[in-house]
Design a protein around this ligand. Sequence first.
Ligand SMILES: [Zn+2]
Ligand SMILES: [Zn+2]
Ligand SMILES: [Zn+2]
Length: 337
Amino acid sequence: MSNEWAILGFGRFVHYKDDLYRPLFAGLDNVQAEHALHSFHCLYAAATGNFAVVPDPESGPMLDYWRYDMIDFSSYTEYKLTNVPGLASLIGLHRYPNYDEKQILQGHVASVKGNWKYRQNGILAFAHSQPFWKLVQSYHSPARTTGEKEWDELLDKIREEGPNFDRGTLPCPSFAERMGCLSPMCPFAHDVEERRAIREAIIEDRRATLEKPPNRDQWVRKQLAPEFMKSPANMFSYLRNDPNPEKDKLMKEAKQIRRMCANSWCMAVQWKVVPKGREQATLRRCSGCGITYYCSSECQKTHWKRHKADPCVSVEEQLECDDYWSDEGRRIPLEEK
Ligand SMILES: [Zn+2]
Ligand SMILES: [Zn+2]
Ligand SMILES: [Zn+2]
């Protein structure tokens, strides 16, 4: 194993080819190695079916959601699989016998595939997660599939090859982290090019999210607000999606919205083509983030209390800092944390 180790900071890999920084992380290499090994054996137990979901006697047999600490690994003897502290509260598993094929193939696969942590750090980093165990349960159910060809093949391969299974074919769960993998003896794959490409794809997805056009439905609702005020029935009719020529007309207009003042009391619009009877607003970008637009400094002031939680930091920082993004790729306002 080479002494070269990679640090992924702010979206870029940095390589340290000497041991200058190593003392700073003394002991962490063991923690990483232990975690990777534990995850690997979770995967192994999962593939070979050496686990059982046991009910929590306190909750009774009718409980719909089961936790990770209810997975009994006692039939797996290669390695002592224990519960990772703090994990039990995060994991809720569906009861196995209730699984039906349709449920498996929808939802869960998408929730795993769309998860940037999984994409970036690979299946080992994911082997303790709820979505992973849901897929594994479906792999061992009558459906006989995780719902995803790639994982079915991986799990089949692990079962076939047994102890000879090549760990080097699995991405190291720590390699793409900011600190990088600190263990010089790490048996898992350290593919810089592959990780870099994945990271870039994640950043591109985030950029698309940030550049998404303004919420046009919100503007339409605001135009209809006087109608809603007249009678709640108008509101319910709107929510039921009843035929409404006024709404259709507004939806058509809304297609021409390029930008909107972010102050929701204002929503002044900059149009691509100004519809008849509408005014063209001059909007200016917030200098803090360069993403949000305002029609006036009054609107910016009014909106600041909410906007500072957006958070109002540069695009580059928002793209690269993982703390601003949920696992599913949604931007998390600071107040939710
Ligand atoms: Zn590693
Ligand atoms: Zn801003
Ligand atoms: Zn405004």
